[in-house]
Design a binder for this molecule. Structure first.
Ligand code: ANZ
Length: 984
């Protein structure tokens, strides 16, 4: 009956698996609770201690809720399509499926060792055809739908066709438009619609579909023959290979998430997510209210339409700026300016949108030679192009007001353009130095707006503009439609084939469209995606399939629903099951998904809701972002070898007087490793610029000292020869050569620690398996929580885990000691009850507010108190085992089991202990006893005493007499439950 974590943990993990202890039922009289973790991408590196942080927290909540009587759904699965497996396949030729399977196996082993209470019968893998069949099915629903602004939801295309058959399409004023894409569509009548052939009708419908094939700017890498994601491009070249990347307008499958912009914003008010996360989504969606204004072009048939949030500054416009890609550029450019403009457009085209937005300091642009006419003053206004104006936002054109807009100001100053002030400036403001951008003040120099406050002027101006039909009030969103097709192999095939140039969805009953086999996982020599390599891969043997695959975010946009009914072959999940589970009650995952996954999953949820396929409008009611765990790196220094007479030398300085020693090293030396304390003392010549910090594997270091030089050399460069410079001398092979003039004697090679991101490349990864093996999963779980608040980022330091492990041993001794049970059935004393109920209260409150770290200290305090009280009583220790079970489930099971507390069933479904406040009522208080306001000692007295009785007890106390030193007492003030003050 010793506490042996290895046996206990193995035993209970096997028990849970065999008994299916954590199986959730799809209908139950119990209330439901759904706890979800963001499922991992199974990478080759396996889990490090940062990964389980969120999983442990969610597992604690899961186990706690079960004990509170909930039917809890707590599933796990794998986001198993993705780039690393594909990259590995490209390098080795191994099918990504095999790599993925291996990695999943390893993840599963690691997860199992930590004792999570997942219902593994519900596991999903996004790369499993049984799963992606339904990802494809959802894609087809999106493909066959449009967003109807009149009903404010998605509908089947049939209702759009009905609109066309009745009303035709009235062009860019029609109230069925939702985004930018349909705007360019030419108007047609109902009669014309009916006369269109199939192809033409389909082209029109494509402008409205929620999953559509449209033109989008992409990062095209001609050398690699592929489109790259934004984060695969660094400084205009591909991250891998460094090939030039250009922005290219290409046909791409995209998702019309922009149709849901307003609902995605509104929904944020209904969910309990952190403010910072909501703010990130709001900024990403970027709603801005303003108006469009049309400027006639001088000597040209047509208008330039700008979007502005500041129509109040309309009289301050001194030029217009078009995005270099703007379609009018070619048409309006003057003959003299043509060459300059063309050169500029080429330059701008190859800068990514991100670069253009980030690079605010560099001002570039070109005059088009054309002029526009101010709608109210009829003044001639020069038209420029500049890459600070983005083609994809608003109308791709701005009216520039350099006096009141920072970027226009920079542009105007650079090119010597006019500044026109139209808002009153604060005292002492110098417009030459900076624009005044604030949206407040009185409008001046502006005809009908003179004297108005900015906000009122905005309203008034929009009114006038609309009356004159110069433009209209408008809301813009910065959110862009999401590119959905990728030129990659390892993803879901997009279930589309082409017949007579028209894309068709694969019939639903023929899904899944599985990934074909290919000879290589690379694009074809003529730049087609890898799927083009598949032999005879055609629908019905004759129609070309779509060759791009879905992006990483497709499968994760609905997985929370599949967990509710993962084996369904007739639907993505059974409606009744989804109605029962509703949405996720608690979702835990990293904040890096703020504007990716977490927007897409909200978008798909709203879409499915529009068709009544599900009943919830938001995927997760509560969401917590766990902080990142940093790794403690260990660093040493690498010294450039100093050559003298063609021989490697080491020059050592010993003190400020400049004494030095020049040591000739063996010729075979390839590296000089310098100990951190040597660098600190500035011993090595040129230490600042020739000493390079390098990480070394943390396993080779103990207490900031290198433990094995040989292993270090093997790791750093096999077979290379090196010297290790320490304070007292240097090591070469197994010999130590002391410095002759050094006062120091240390032979240790020291390292410095630094907190960095935990990553394989920094050699600072701590693996949970070894810790679980050495200290046990229970210690590991407690310790991860003990590190600090869940949402904080914090460094990992393995040292502290020993303290937690000692705590568990101490806990065990309350139940069994020296191999014998010490539990007894005596009635507990008041202090024992108090210790327990204090613990119940704090643990319950803290788990309810997701404060997991404080719970661990509460347990420690409780166990200390009970140990001091020598409490071995069942009535205290039985509830304690339950309280502890969400955190340390293995030891709790063992204590709960037949051998100790005597239960036949798992502690999982025990009942959470109820708090009895009466045990917490304080019946005494330690009064501070003070003399003339200075506290001298404390005196514990019953709270039932009257002030007179208290005074009597205090005055009789020996310490009081001692402090009085015989002086007469003037007055005694008793403040009940606070203080006693004696005035002398
Ligand atoms: C005139 C003006 C005067 C503006 C002023 C601002 C201040 P948000 O809030 O981000 O929507 N703008 C419009 N379209 C743009 C584009 N495609 N690329 C870059 N800038 C663009 O900002 C809207 C403002 O950003 C618009 O209002 C426009 O400049 C600029 F004192 O118009 B403003």
């Amino acid at each position: 009956m010793e506490y042996n974590h290895r046996d206990i943990e193995k035993k209970w993990q096997a028990y849970w698996a065999k008994e299916k202890t954590f199986k959730a039922e799809n209908d139950s009289s119990k209330p439901k609770y759904y706890v979800l973790d963001m499922f991992p991408y199974p990478s080759g590196a396996g889990l490090h201690v940062g990964h389980p942080l969120g999983y442990i927290a969610s597992d604690i909540v899961t186990r706690y809720k079960r004990l509170k009587g909930f039917n809890v759904l707590h599933p796990m699965g794998y986001d198993s399509f993705g780039l690393p497996a594909e990259q590995y396949a490209i390098q080795t030729g191994q099918h990504p499926k095999i790599t993925t399977e291996q990695n999943i196996k390893r993840y599963r082993e690691q997860l199992d060792k930590i004792g999570f209470s997942f219902d593994w019968d519900r596991e999903v893998q996004t790369s499993d055809p049984n799963y992606y069949k339904w990802t494809q099915w959802i894609f087809l629903q999106l493909f066959n739908s449009w967003y109807n602004p009149r009903t404010n939801k998605a509908e089947k295309l049939e209702t759009l066709i009905a609109v066309f058959e009745k009303e035709g399409f009235k062009g860019n004023e029609h109230d069925i438009l939702t985004g930018d894409i349909e705007k360019d569509l030419a108007p047609f009548t109902a009669v014309e619609w009916k006369s269109f052939d199939l192809k033409k009708q389909n082209d029109v419908l494509m402008n409205f579909r929620l999953a559509y094939l449209g033109e989008a700017y992409v990062n095209w890498c001609p050398a690699m023959g592929t489109v790259l994601a934004n984060d695969e491009v660094k400084d205009g070249v591909s991250e891998r290979g460094g090939h030039p990347v250009e922005r290219k307008l290409m046909k791409q499958w995209s998702m019309r998430i922009t149709a849901y912009a307003q609902r995605l914003l509104d929904g944020l008010d209904t969910i309990d997510w952190s403010d910072s996360l909501k703010e990130a989504q709001r900024n990403w969606i970027g709603r801005s209210q303003g108006c469009s204004i049309k400027f006639r072009i001088s000597n040209f048939e047509g208008d330039i339409e700008v979007f502005t949030t500041r129509p109040d500054t309309l009289f301050g416009v001194s030029y217009l700026t078009l995005a270099p890609e703007h379609e009018l550029v070619d048409k309006i450019v003057s003959a003299e300016q043509k060459d300059n403009v063309t050169a500029y457009v080429t330059y701008a085209k190859n800068r990514s949108e991100r670069e253009r937005m980030a690079d605010v300091k560099k001002v570039t642009g070109e005059f088009t030679g054309a002029y526009a006419i101010h709608p109210f003053t009829n003044e001639k206004i020069p038209v420029w192009i500049g890459d600070y104006v983005l083609a994809g936002y608003g109308t791709g054109a701005v009216m520039a007001v350099p006096a009141h807009d920072e970027r226009d100001h920079a542009f105007a100053r650079h090119f010597g353009l006019q500044l026109k002030q139209v808002i009153e400036l604060p005292e002492g403001w110098d417009l030459q130095k900076a624009s005044y951008d604030e949206k407040k003040g009185k409008v001046i120099n502006s005809d009908f707006m003179n004297g108005m406050e900015v906000v009122d002027a905005i309203k008034e101006c929009i009114q006038r503009i609309e009356n004159h039909k110069f433009g209209k009030g408008q809301i813009n969103y910065r959110l862009r439609d999401a590119v959905f097709g990728r030129q990659r192999y390892w993803g879901e095939p997009i279930p589309i084939y082409y017949k007579d140039g028209i894309p068709h969805g694969i019939p639903e009953n023929e899904l899944p469209l599985t990934l074909p086999e290919v000879d290589k996982y690379l694009p074809t020599p003529d730049g087609e995606p890898p799927l083009a390599r598949a032999n005879n891969w055609k629908y019905k043997g004759q129609y070309e399939y779509e060759l791009t695959t879905m992006p990483g975010w497709a499968g994760s946009s609905w997985y929370f629903l599949r967990y509710m009914d993962p084996h369904n072959t007739k639907a993505f999940a059974d409606k009744a099951a989804m109605d029962y589970w509703g949405n996720v009650d608690l979702y835990i995952g990293g904040s890096e998904h703020a504007t990716g996954h977490l927007l897409y999953v909200r978008f798909w949820t709203k879409f499915l809701k529009d068709f009544g396929l599900i009943n919830v409008d938001e995927p997760a009611q509560k969401l917590i972002n766990q902080g990142m765990i940093g790794g403690m790196s260990e660093k040493f220094y690498l010294q450039n070898i100093y050559q003298q007479d063609d021989k490697p030398h080491l020059e050592i300085r010993f003190d400020s007087e400049g004494k030095f020693e020049l040591i000739e090293l063996p010729k075979s030396i390839q590296h000089i490793y310098v100990s951190a304390d040597v660098r600190e003392k500035g011993f090595v010549k040129g230490s600042m610029d020739t000493l390079h910090p390098r990480n070394l594997p943390i396993e080779l270091v103990d207490n900031s000292t290198l433990i094995d030089r040989k292993k270090f050399v093997e790791w750093h460069l096999q077979d290379s020869e090196a010297v290790f410079v320490c304070l007292g001398g240097y090591w070469y092979k197994d010999n130590f050569f002391p410095f002759k003039n050094s006062k120091e004697t240390s032979q240790d090679f020291r390292t410095v620690r630094e907190n960095e991101k935990m990553s394989k490349s920094k050699y600072n990864v701590v693996n949970p398996d070894q810790l679980c093996e050495k200290f046990g999963a229970d210690s590991f779980r407690l310790y991860e929580m003990f590190l600090g608040p869940l949402t904080d980022s914090k460094p990992w330091d393995t040292k502290g885990i020993e303290g937690v492990s000692r705590f568990l041993k101490k806990l065990w001794r309350l139940y069994a000691h020296e191999g014998k049970l010490v539990l007894n059935d005596e009635e507990p004393s008041k202090p024992e009850y108090k210790a327990l109920h204090k613990c119940i209260k704090r643990v319950t409150e803290d788990i309810d507010r997701y404060s997991f770290n404080t719970v661990v200290s509460t347990f420690m305090i409780c166990v200390n108190e009970l140990s001091d009280l020598k409490c071995n009583k069942r009535k205290i220790l039985e509830p304690l085992a339950i309280l502890l079970s969400p955190y340390a489930p293995h030891i709790a099971e063992e204590l709960w089991s037949e051998a100790i507390l005597g239960h036949k069933h798992s502690v999982t479904y025990a009942t959470w202990p109820e708090l009895n406040e009466s045990y917490l009522v304080e019946d005494s208080f330690a009064f501070p006893i003070s003399f003339n306001g200075k506290t001298k000692f404390n005196l514990e007295m019953s709270l039932t005493l009257t002030p007179a009785e208290i005074e009597k007890l205090v005055m009789e106390h020996a310490d009081t007499q001692r402090f009085l030193e015989g002086k007469p007492v003037k007055k005694v003030i008793v403040v009940p439950k606070k203080i006693v003050n004696i005035v002398v």
